[in-house]
Design a protein around this ligand. Sequence first.
Ligand code: GSH
Length: 208
Amino acid sequence: MIDLYTAATSNGLRAAIGLAESGLRHTVRKIDLSKGEQRAPAFLKLNPAGHIPVIVDHGAARGPLTLTESTAILIYVAEKSGRLLPSEPDGRARVFEALANAMTDVYAPFEGLMHLHGEFGDKVPAEVAAGFDALVRGALTRIDGHLAGSEWVAGAFSIADIAHYCTVWRLKTRLNRTYPDLAHLQRWFAAVASRPGVQLGTSLAGRP
Ligand SMILES: N[C@@H](CCC(=O)N[C@@H](CS)C(=O)NCC(=O)O)C(=O)O
């Protein structure tokens, strides 16, 4: 059994969807970030950084495993379940390439925008946000181009789709960035959103 500690953020959703799509048995424990539950002593024992998501796998090979970092959690549940990641090196390399792209070229500038919103609320200076927005749009435009000829971001549906989806979801639900002109990205987003595992993970992590 795996315990997931999470909340309705892009990182929290990444782990919740990964677990739901993996089919591994798990429980979801919601952490209320607005109430500071991530700084409670019991939670800090799991992750001294005070960040969700965290998993505790009570059935890990060498005894209970506590794991942080949404990307590491995605890879762990994919490897443990044998789903969401191809077995042959070429296919795995493509998934890891897309995963790295999701976390560095899309998530990182998105996080910059989130920090600006945290600092300025609705009054984010447009000229300051513009640089981050351009980086996110540039990366999403390249993914849109790839999706013009492919159903998913790297071969079959994988943890790379989950990683990208959660940032695009949060761009929409938290920052109202929807990219209606990127038609292939829209088609892909709707396809990911319609998957039962994605819907289950989203409902368990909760609304933003
Ligand atoms: N690199 C980490 C980032 C985790 C993270 O930043 N979590 C945020 C929510 S998205 C958090 O728990 N913030 C609580 C806080 O800063 O107090 C990951 O990918 O899991």
